[in-house]
Design a protein around this ligand. Structure first.
Ligand code: PLP
Length: 452
């Protein structure tokens, strides 16, 4: 590190907790982090404050979840009141009124037909729940041989065994055995040769949807339960669907009686200018997974939205028999429901779902101003999502340059970004203003030329 960085780390280390040993950080190089920790102390609006008192601009909504900005009073108050009123209620053959209210609100927001909600505690649980619902649905209607799933390369569907099996990130899969049997993968849709520096959805690549027909033919449609797709993949490095691709996937699923699951954990709740990406793209899935922005990140919660047709199929059995043998102790937790209801109110009052369209051109122009800077091989954007891809360093491990960009943005630019390999991802809270957008891209324009 440069001398200024060394000073910074020395000061920060002085204020760190005495012992960083016990907490095993997820998805982190723990030894490196603990040698040079980055510790956040508080948050408000667009900013974090770290333990030294430095203000850090949040350019990625925490982890793609704080869509309404930090510490919003309505949400804080709703959680505070709820915990003192009803702290926990079992939802197994019992319930509180809260998840009913929330489910109704979600059904109103969701694409037509997705009128039933199964609550979880995370995106990973939503994905595994959606996969189990798909399997059980086919079985209930006498097609129990439909057990295969089709995911995609480079997809991220969380870290459950279902999610890593249909996911397509080698590092998330290779340590953990063979995963679910009967899973196949479509090609990813990243194409730097034809689509680099596209503005919005890339023009080339709709033909990759035809791979689905090939896989369905290979395995026979009668064996396939569902296809799972992120309308825009975020955690894998912001990969956009080519124009017409999602529409073609929907047609092929319909043709073969295969369910379509959209994983909207990142794209949900206004990230792309509508409540859900499905509405922005005009493609309605049969099941939709959500989490993150559902509670503005305040309390862990996820949800699977299920079509009328699927739900009704489960309701055909005897009245006194459990219709789905699945659920979590904390499904529909009162605190999470209270946080989610207050979050949805905040989104509606402030028209936050429209911000990604209102600011989309400004965001795109800022991002594309980085084209031509050293090492930048692509920038990608849609709604209030952006990514800068760097050429990997030839002399270091993959991701080294991306990680340097992330640390420089944090240390020198006082800005939190997210990194996947050599792709730096941006997804600011939807309360972002033009001045913040200017700062985000000016900061990147300053640090990128310094990268090794
Ligand atoms: N699905 C997608 C598309 C995601 O982006 C993520 C998280 O980033 C997940 C699932 C997993 O969510 P969680 O980390 O809440 O389990």
């Amino acid at each position: 590190p440069s001398p200024s960085l060394a000073d910074y780390y020395a000061e920060q280390a002085a204020q760190a907790p005495d012992n960083l040993d016990a907490f095993w950080l997820p998805f982190t190089a723990n030894k490196a982090f603990k040698a040079r920790p980055r510790l956040l102390a508080s948050a408000s609006g667009m900013y974090y404050t770290d333990i030294e008192g430095r203000q850090i601009l949040d350019a990625c909504a925490g982890l793609w979840c704080v869509n309404a900005g930090h510490a919003r009073p309505r949400i804080v108050e709703a959680i505070r009141q709820q915990v003192g009123t009803l702290d926990f209620a079992p939802n197994f053959a019992m319930a509180s009124p809260l998840p009913f209210k929330l489910a109704e609100r979600l059904a109103e927001l969701a694409p037509v037909d997705l009128n039933h909600v199964f609550f979880t505690n995370s995106g990973s649980e939503s994905v595994d729940s959606a996969m189990k619902i798909a399997l059980a649905y086919h079985r209930v209607r006498g097609q129990g041989q439909r057990t295969r799933f089709i995911g995609r390369e480079k997809a991220y569907h969380g870290v459950g065994f279902g999610g890593i099996s249909v996911g397509g990130l080698p590092n998330n899969r290779k340590w953990f055995g063979p995963g679910l049997p009967g899973v196949d993968h479509l090609r990813h849709t990243l194409d730097l040769e034809r689509n680099a520096f596209s503005k919005g959805l890339p023009v080339h690549g709709v033909e990759w949807a035809e791979e689905l027909e090939r896989l369905i033919t290979l395995h026979d449609a009668s064996t396939i339960a569902a296809v799972i797709i992120e309308p825009i993949s975020g955690s894998a490095g912001v990969i956009l669907p080519p124009q017409g691709y999602l529409q073609r996937i929907r047609q092929l699923c319909d043709k073969h009686g295969v369910l379509l699951i959209f994983d909207e954990v990142i794209t949900g709740f206004g990230r792309v200018g509508k409540a859900f990406a499905s509405q922005r793209f005009g493609v309605t899935p049969d099941l939709m997974t959500t989490a993150k922005g559902l509670t503005n990140g305040c309390v862990p919660m996820g949800a699977v939205l299920v079509s009328d047709g699927i739900f009704e199929t489960f309701m055909q059995g005897p009245d006194n028999v459990i219709d789905l043998f699945h659920g979590y102790t904390y499904s529909g937790h009162p605190l999470a429901c209270a946080a989610a209801l207050a979050t949805l109110d905040t989104y509606a009052e402030e028209n936050l779902f429209e911000k990604a369209i209102e600011l989309g051109d400004y965001w795109q122009a800022g991002l594309h101003s980085l084209k031509g800077l050293p090492h930048v091989v692509d920038v990608r954007n849609f709604g209030l999502i952006g990514a800068v891809e760097f050429a990997p360093r030839p002399d270091a491990h993959p991701g080294a340059r991306g990680f340097e960009a992330f640390t420089r943005a944090f240390n020198e630019g006082q800005m939190l970004t997210r990194i996947t390999g050599d792709v730096l991802a941006l997804s600011p809270p939807l309360i972002v203003e033009k001045a913040h957008i200017d700062r985000i891209f000016n900061t990147l324009a300053e640090i990128i030329p310094k990268l090794d």
